[in-house]
Each structure stands twice: as structure tokens, then as C-alpha cells.
Design a protein around this ligand. Structure first.
Ligand SMILES: Nc1ncnc2c1ncn2[C@@H]1O[C@H](COP(=O)(O)OP(=O)(O)OP(=O)(O)O)[C@@H](O)[C@H]1O
Ligand SMILES: [Mg+2]
Length: 320
């Protein structure tokens, strides 16, 4: 059975939030689409979600209708601080950067100036811990977000490393292609490295299959290889020992590609479409396992069932 990283405290405790960075250094794999629509799905279940747009492309912000014009107040909307301000000025009140964009959904937006943060932060000794500190201040100031989702850029630079230092979990959105699998093994190595350096509690807990074509033999083989690789890690002291391939896979669906241009989530743009169905079900899966973990925390450790004895299998495709 898949186990999530254990946490302490209750849901009202900021430390008990499920903090997740959505990472893949490969571009265009579905990170932003997943972050936005998964966040919307969870918020739609009545749970408080904070979405952090950590990508200078600012696609998650655009997807939620927060456009560049707003930064100058051009739309008549009061300018709010961005994630750039939060990272560059550790003394600022982080509440200024959180926009309530939908019911139960807060956004810390990005703007293109965030690209400069990579170099501006380079000389700062606390560059990797600033984001985590800012998020802790948001929670301590009454944010009470139960889920924090961070949309990362397609690189493993300072911004992404800061996200890895700030969260407990990594989700890897990816397409079920052979080359994508090789990228995942590199990403896992990086996560392990960062884990040892700055965040020993970090775990890779999920892969989300995006733009999925379940009918091809190739994608079925890649998914089987991926699952075998995760199974092989169960008994090892690796950050992905609790990882799973989430179901459902998100099908390729043009509505998901269209909705960002309207500044809408898929649930607003085309609520009945396959993309909306897949992300809604994914949201239920992510919330459901969190609730089951919370219930388990109420059970004394000695009363819990022992972990299943999982057979180790090699992942030939990744090692090749
Ligand atoms: N399931 C899907 N069906 C159809 N199109 C999709 C799907 N998921 C994502 N897309 C589209 O694919 C493109 C890439 O997706 P997205 O922007 O989410 O990837 P990304 O990993 O965030 O990219 P980047 O690395 O540039 O940040 C976008 O045009 C998006 O609308
Ligand atoms: Mg993106």
C-alpha cells in the first residue's frame, strides 16, 4: 500500500498542510495545466488551496485570469505583490502577495520579472529557504491552506530548488514516453540530492500522466516500467519509496488547451469534458489519500498493519 510522508498535528495546524511541488525539467509536459486544474478540483471539494506560480512564464497566473495588465493596476484591480517580491524581500508581509482568485483558492502570482530572481538570489545564502519561510508566514498569518501546490518552471535552477526545499512532496507530471522516463530518473537523482542537502523530509509521492493515450502499446509499456521502478524502491531508503502513478491518467483533451486563453479553469470552461472529469477524479484521489492519512494518525502506530512486502523489480528502461 502506498504510504504518504507522515506529518504531525491536525489539519488546523499549518505544519499539517499537504505541500506539493509539481516538477519536471522537461518543458510542455502538463505541469501548469495540472497545477491549476488539480488546485481547482481540490478547492471545488471545499478544501483550502494555495497555488504558487513559481514560473517566470506566469502561465498558471494567466490560466487563472491574472494578467500582466493587473500588475500596473491597468484593469482597475489593485496591484498585489508577486512571488518575486516575496522572494526578494523576506521582510514583506506575505499576505500582500496572496490573491483570493476563486472560492477556497488563493494564488501567489508570478510575473515575467521573476526570471531575474534566478540571478538576484544567486548570492544570497538563504536563497533556497526563502520560499519555505514565506509560505510558513502565510500559514502563520491565518492562511490555513490545507493544500499548497507550486507550479515550477521547466528547469532545475534556484527557483525549482527553492520549491524542493519548501515542500514535503513532489508530483511529477509527465507523458508516458520513453525519453520522458529517462528525464524522470535524472529528476529523482536531483530530488535525492536536494533532500540530503536541505530537506531530508522530501518525498516524491506521485507521477501524474498527462496528455495520456492509453490505447498505445508504448504508453502501456512505459507506465508498467514506471510502476515497476517505484515498486523496486519500496524497500529502499530513497525519496520515491512512497511514489505511485496516480489514476486516472489525464487524457489528451483539447478543452484543457483552450481554457487558459479564457483565464478559466477547465471546470469553468467545459465542466463536462473528459479533462474536467479526469482532474476532478484526480482531485478526489489526492484529497482522499490525505484524509485517510489523517485518519491513520489517530490510530496508535503499533495498531497499524505492517507495510506490504513488496517485490523488487528492476527498471531496465531507466537504467539503459
Ligand atoms: N491533457 C491535455 N490535453 C490537451 N492539451 C494539454 C493537456 N495538458 C496540457 N495540454 C497543453 O499542452 C501544453 C503544455 O502544457 P503545460 O503548459 O501545462 O505544460 P508545462 O509542463 O507547464 O509547460 P512548461 O514546461 O512550459 O511550463 C499547453 O498548451 C497545454 O494547454
Ligand atoms: Mg508550465
Amino acid at each position: 500500500m502506498t504510504q504518504l510522508p507522515s506529518t504531525t498535528g491536525t489539519r488546523a495546524d499549518p505544519a499539517a498542510a499537504r505541500t506539493i511541488a509539481l516538477i519536471n525539467q522537461k518543458g510542455g509536459v502538463g505541469k501548469t495545466t495540472t497545477t491549476v486544474n488539480l488546485a481547482a478540483a481540490i478547492a471545488g471539494l471545499g478544501r483550502r488551496v494555495l497555488l504558487v506560480d513559481l514560473d517566470p512564464q506566469a502561465h498558471a497566473s494567466l490560466h487563472l485570469g491574472v494578467t500582466g495588465a493587473e500588475w500596473s493596476g491597468g484593469d482597475g484591480i489593485a496591484p498585489a505583490a508577486s512571488v518575486y517580491d516575496l522572494l526578494l524581500d523576506p521582510s514583506m508581509d506575505p499576505a500582500q502577495a496572496v490573491r483570493p482568485v476563486r472560492p477556497n483558492l488563493g494564488l501567489i502570482a508570478a510575473e515575467t520579472g521573476l526570471a531575474a530572481a534566478e540571478t538576484e538570489l544567486a548570492g544570497q545564502p538563504d536563497r533556497l529557504t526563502r520560499l519555505g519561510a514565506a509560505l510558513a508566514r502565510v500559514q502563520a498569518a491565518g492562511g490555513a491552506y490545507e493544500f499548497v501546490l507550486i507550479d515550477c518552471p521547466p528547469s532545475l535552477g534556484v527557483l525549482t530548488l527553492g520549491a524542493l526545499a519548501a515542500v514535503r512532496e513532489v508530483f511529477i507530471p509527465m507523458q508516458a514516453h520513453f525519453l520522458a522516463l529517462q528525464g524522470v530518473s535524472k529528476l529523482l537523482e536531483t530530488v535525492a540530492h536536494v533532500g540530503r542537502a536541505v530537506n531530508p523530509r522530501l518525498s516524491v509521492t506521485g507521477v501524474i500522466l498527462c496528455m495520456h493515450e492509453a490505447t498505445t502499446t508504448h504508453s502501456r509499456e512505459v507506465v508498467a516500467d514506471l510502476e515497476a521502478f517505484f515498486e523496486a524502491g519500496r524497500s529502499q531508503d530513497v525519496p520515491w519509496r512512497a511514489a505511485r502513478v496516480y489514476r486516472p491518467a489525464v487524457r489528451r483533451n483539447i478543452k484543457l488547451a483552450e481554457c487558459p486563453s479564457f483565464g478559466q479553469t477547465v471546470f469553468e470552461y467545459a465542466p463536462g469534458c473528459p479533462g474536467a472529469q479526469d482532474y476532478a477524479e484526480l482531485g478526489r484521489a489526492v484529497v482522499g489519500e490525505w484524509d485517510r492519512l489523517a485518519a491513520r494518525r489517530l490510530v496508535p502506530r503499533e495498531a497499524r498493519a505492517p507495510a506490504a512486502d513488496i517485490e523488487s523489480k528492476p527498471l531496465a528502461a531507466v537504467r539503459a
